[in-house]
Design a protein around this ligand. Structure first.
Ligand SMILES: *[C@@H]1O[C@H](CO)[C@@H](O)[C@H](O)[C@H]1NC(C)=O
Ligand SMILES: *[C@@H]1O[C@H](CO)[C@@H](O)[C@H](O)[C@H]1NC(C)=O
Ligand SMILES: *[C@@H]1O[C@H](CO)[C@@H](O)[C@H](O)[C@H]1NC(C)=O
Ligand SMILES: *[C@@H]1O[C@H](CO)[C@@H](O)[C@H](O)[C@H]1NC(C)=O
Ligand SMILES: *[C@@H]1O[C@H](CO)[C@@H](O)[C@H](O)[C@H]1NC(C)=O
Ligand SMILES: *[C@@H]1O[C@H](CO)[C@@H](O)[C@H](O)[C@H]1NC(C)=O
Ligand SMILES: *[C@@H]1O[C@H](CO)[C@@H](O)[C@H](O)[C@H]1NC(C)=O
Ligand SMILES: *[C@@H]1O[C@H](CO)[C@@H](O)[C@H](O)[C@H]1NC(C)=O
Ligand SMILES: *[C@@H]1O[C@H](CO)[C@@H](O)[C@H](O)[C@H]1NC(C)=O
Ligand SMILES: *[C@@H]1O[C@H](CO)[C@@H](O)[C@H](O)[C@H]1NC(C)=O
Ligand SMILES: *[C@@H]1O[C@H](CO)[C@@H](O)[C@H](O)[C@H]1NC(C)=O
Ligand SMILES: *[C@@H]1O[C@H](CO)[C@@H](O)[C@H](O)[C@H]1NC(C)=O
Length: 847
């Protein structure tokens, strides 16, 4: 069995060898009924005997193609290939023949679909014939009238432009006549480089060399009737006569040789250079009998992306391309065939998108003249530039120089390492996977010494660090575990480590009081800058009463909300202390989680987990968005807020009064779980201290209980009042303030009137449809009204509220008339009663 497969191939090779000695076929035409078989190495030759058309093989395993070459120079230069993208693999059954309709087709017995075909319609099917003309043009013509040509190979050039051939543009919208390089010297399939004609609106035209059919890297300059702009020597050249033809159907250049017995070709090499070669004399001792007349661009270094993605070019004619450390050649033809276009591949793929993976690192590549397609990034320091790149998984490299920070995305192309004396390059930092070892072991003696030195230094550093850290640990409390991932981040940003030793910790105010605290990670200012893209406006989520809130992304991809306490609001520092010391100790699923803080000069920054669904008010009061809050979600939100408040009042290590409960302070996570946020106004009260007094009333009108708004008295019952307002707002989908209806002053009054008239269901938000169980809603409205009663003593505690909410069998009291409903205008009362207090209303809006 195995022999059967190899026998035809061996035979074919033998025949190829024989053909070199004896010419098998000397006809220049063939027609219907005849065929050219690859097995028999059939071919046709032009009349003069200069050109030959037949089958040739390239590569291992061998691939077979139909092509044209100079007959005398077998295997030297293929000038045309029929099936460059569709190679044949079984020579024993491959044939070129005429199909029924008169087209030329290239077939393999096993395949119905032709590998190549002239693919024309309306041919006189019985009278077509194929001929190889003296100029190397292979034509399909009418046997009864030889000047009627249906198809010619000159209209379909591959990588070679022959004298008489056309290169240009077909105005009928057919395939442009352009040259496209072979992939490498063994593979005629489409390579990355092409030569085509560009025509300007003013009618001028020039030839351009392009990479990937898009990037122009060389041009001939505009044709002036005699010569191309950048090829002035052409005017007086003794070899070629170029002419420009433009008619209604096509625009092209062709050329002829003054001495027509000369053999000469222009072609685009697989290294991206346009070359003109002439067969001047057969010099047996030369490996390539063709003489190179000229090549453009002159130097390989001017070929765009010669070395492919991540490849580095250096001036070494025998070995121009290399891969940087951590990369390897994409294909092994790179070294053997000088095929670099496929570039280099990472040995270890990047894991950036994978949050659990170790962090990537950057490999320095020195002295690179800048590859194109960079993006300028506004980072000032090299460190920030690195962070910006590290933080964005699409960033593959960066460089930082006097002109700033440049970053690259995707593949780096056109990297060049100039040799001595060349223009000095810059250091580029290439992203590599954490799996890629950072120290290369192969190398010369000095490299070994460097490694030894680095190892010694590293050991020293590790020793030092571990000593430092154990001392630091002993100084601090034992046993308590901090959010380790963020500690890591702190550790990464070694630039800020001094800040900790300075004691500028988030908890420093508490530490001085000798309290034992949960450790709150301190973020470096640079990391916050990088995470929020320099506090870019695109990342701004909103403006709170104390300053703006930004969205950000940590190095590991975790999304965060960054709240800046503005320098201007005098309350900043006080609130900062509060919020950090308070919330760092609080852990509850209905409280927003503080991840850390950051202090930079006057700048006080809090870093929270990011809540993708913004805040409750964003949905609740928007006619369109409120549809997303169905009854199930609303009940879930009410329950969650109640649980969070209960925790603050009752179960946390301290008794905390929030003092600013309102929809914009209820954030929603991706599953619409409510999380209480904004502890800037919260107060800790002693266990026995049920009520406290303040001369600074802070809070939001509409949610403040009467005793707090007017007398500055606050207690857990003030939060209960706010909760009641919130509950009624969630059920009704209406804002408490700004609600005027049925003569009621506000939502509370309206709810009360409906309750009194036994019509509570009227209150519910009718825009989202009827709830499945109305009794629950009536119960909730009852609870809400209990919470907003005028006298704090009458209001339930959050513990009562939670038990009333979670257990339908707990009987409910009848509420008394709520505060702020009739007869009293709160605005007027406020100013009168609180004239001695400094009243501050925060107007925190949607974040
Ligand atoms: C082509 O030749 C075949 C056989 O000689 C004949 O049957 C057929 O009618 C011819 N077709 C045309 C279009 O002349
Ligand atoms: C051959 O074809 C050409 C154009 O294709 C035409 O001008 C000429 O008259 C034809 N000759 C004969 C003998 O049909
Ligand atoms: C036509 O436009 C091209 C490109 O803008 C320019 O290089 C060329 O000189 C122009 N030719 C003439 C005749 O103005
Ligand atoms: C080549 O060009 C195509 C289309 O013009 C583009 O989609 C592709 O990304 C380019 N390839 C590279 C490696 O830039
Ligand atoms: C160059 O080619 C053109 C067009 O074929 C021709 O008219 C001209 O005579 C040729 N020039 C020479 C010097 O042969
Ligand atoms: C352009 O094409 C049409 C249709 O193929 C043909 O009739 C005409 O002669 C062509 N013109 C030139 C100048 O070749
Ligand atoms: C270019 O092609 C035209 C039209 O086929 C022809 O008249 C001219 O002689 C050719 N020029 C050269 C230099 O071959
Ligand atoms: C034309 O080229 C041939 C082969 O290169 C050479 O032998 C011949 O002398 C040349 N003729 C002229 C007039 O230069
Ligand atoms: C043939 O080529 C070799 C190598 O390029 C050169 O040394 C030799 O002089 C050439 N011989 C002739 C006759 O041109
Ligand atoms: C060029 O590359 C070859 C092969 O890697 C190497 O042996 C040679 O030293 C290099 N030459 C220069 C000047 O770098
Ligand atoms: C990464 O950078 C690109 C372009 O600079 C930007 O479009 C993209 O949004 C960035 N991705 C992230 C996650 O910042
Ligand atoms: C970088 O290139 C410059 C100019 O060729 C050269 O002087 C310098 O030594 C090179 N530096 C490195 C690290 O290769």
């Amino acid at each position: 069995m195995g022999l059967d497969g190899t026998r035809p191939f061996l035979l074919f090779v033998l025949l190829l060898f024989l053909r070199a000695c004896f010419s098998v076929n000397t006809d220049d035409t063939f027609s219907k009924g005849q065929s050219l078989s690859a097995m028999n190495t059939d071919s046709i030759s032009s009349k003069s005997g200069r050109y030959e058309l037949g089958f040739f093989e390239r590569g291992t395993p061998p691939k077979f193609y139909l092509g044209i070459w100079f007959k005398r120079l077998v295997g030297q230069k293929i000038v045309w290939v029929a099936n460059r993208e569709n190679h044949l693999s079984d020579p024993s059954t491959s044939r070129l023949e005429f199909s029924e309709d008169g087209n030329l087709v290239l077939l393999e017995a096993s395949s119905k679909k032709p590998f190549w075909s002239t693919n024309l319609e309306n041919l006189p099917s019985n009278s077509t014939e194929a001929a190889l003309l003296d100029d190397g043009n292979f034509v399909l013509r009418d046997r009864s009238n030889l000047s009627t040509i249906f198809w010619e190979s000159f209209d379909h050039p591959t990588d070679t432009w022959m004298p008489g051939g056309k290169l240009g543009i077909d105005k009928a919208g057919k395939v442009p006549k352009q040259l496209i390089s072979w992939k490498n010297s063994d593979d005629p399939s489409l390579g990355p480089f092409s030569l085509s004609l560009r025509i300007y609106p003013n009618g001028s035209s020039e030839f351009i060399l392009q990479w990937n059919r898009s990037q122009v890297y060389w041009s001939t300059g505009v044709w002036n009737g005699e010569t191309f702009g950048s090829l002035p020597w052409m005017r007086s050249n003794p070899i070629y006569n170029y002419s420009f033809v433009s008619n209604a159907n096509e625009t092209y250049f062709n050329y002829s040789l003054y001495n027509s017995s000369m053999m000469s070709i222009s072609f685009i090499d697989s290294t991206g250079q346009l070359e003109q070669k002439t067969w001047l004399s057969a010099n047996e001792s030369k490996s390539d009998p063709w003489d190179l007349l000229w090549a453009n661009p002159k130097s390989l270094s001017d070929v765009y992306a010669l070395c492919g993605a991540f490849g580095i070019y250096h001036d070494n004619t025998s070995h121009p391309c290399d891969c940087p450390k951590g990369f390897e050649p994409f294909s092994d033809t790179q070294t053997t065939l000088n095929d670099w276009s496929s570039g280099c591949l990472r040995r270890h793929p990047l894991q950036c998108e994978n949050r659990n993976a170790k962090k990537d690192w950057f490999q320095k590549i020195p002295n690179i003249t800048s590859p194109i397609n960079w993006k300028a990034y506004s980072a000032v320091s090299a460190r920030r530039c690195e962070l910006a790149c590290m933080n964005n998984c699409s960033c593959t490299a960066y460089t930082h120089n006097s002109s700033g920070c440049l970053i690259w995305e995707g593949a780096l192309l056109n990297m060049q390492q100039p040799s001595d004396g060349g223009e000095a390059g810059q250091d580029i930092y290439l992203r590599l996977s954490a799996d890629e070892p950072q120290i290369s072991t192969k190398g010369t003696k000095w490299k070994v010494w460097v490694i030894v030195a680095v190892l010694v230094a590293a050991t020293g550093l590790i020793l030092c660090l571990s000593v430092c850290f154990s001392i630091k640990r002993k100084l601090k409390h034992k046993g308590e575990t901090a959010a380790s991932s963020n500690d890591l981040m702190l550790f990464d940003l070694s630039t800020e480590i001094h800040a900790i030793s300075d004691g500028t910790n988030c908890q420093d105010s508490d530490k001085k009081r000798g309290k034992k605290d949960v450790e709150l990670p301190l973020f470096s200012y640079e990391s916050v800058l990088a995470a929020t893209d320099n506090f870019s406006t695109a990342n701004k989520l909103g403006e709170g009463g104390f300053g703006p809130v930004y969205k950000g992304k940590l190095l590991r991809g975790q999304e965060i909300a960054v709240k800046m306490l503005s320098k201007r609001s005098g309350q900043g520092i006080e609130e900062f202390r509060n919020e950090t010391t308070l919330i760092a100790k609080l852990q509850h699923r209905n409280l927003v989680k503080l991840l850390g803080c950051c202090i930079e000069g006057d700048e006080k920054i809090l870093i929270y987990e990011y809540m993708p669904n913004k805040s409750l008010d964003f949905y609740l009061f928007d006619p369109a968005k409120k549809q997303m809050l169905d009854w199930g979600t609303r009940i879930h939100i009410i329950e969650g807020i109640a649980q969070g408040l209960l925790y603050l009042h009752q179960y946390s290590r301290l008794r905390i009064i929030h003092r600013d409960m309102k929809p914009s302070n209820i954030l929603l996570d991706s599953e619409m779980n409510p999380k209480i946020s904004d502890f800037g106004m919260a107060r800790i009260v002693g266990d026995n201290e049920l009520q406290a007094n303040t001369n600074r009333i802070v809070g939001t009108f509409g949610y403040m209980s009467p005793e707090y708004a007017m007398e500055g008295l606050y207690s857990i019952k003030s939060d209960v009042f706010s909760f009641g307002v919130l509950l009624l707002e969630i059920v009704s989908g209406k804002k408490n303030t700004g609600f005027y209806n049925h003569g009621s002053l506000n939502l509370l009054g309206y709810a009360w009137e409906l309750w009194r008239d036994d019509q509570s269901l009227e209150l519910m938000d009718s825009t989202i449809g009827y709830p499945t169980s109305t009794s629950i809603l009536v119960r909730y409205i009852n609870i809400g009204l209990l919470c907003v009663q005028e006298n704090p003593v009458d209001r339930p505690t959050m513990l009562d509220v939670v038990s009333m909410i979670s257990n339908e069998h707990v009987p409910l009291l009848t509420p008394k008339q709520p505060a702020f409903t009739v007869g009293r205008n709160p605005t007027i009362n406020l100013t009168e009663n609180c004239s001695i207090n400094s009243v501050t209303f925060s107007v925190m809006e949607a974040r």
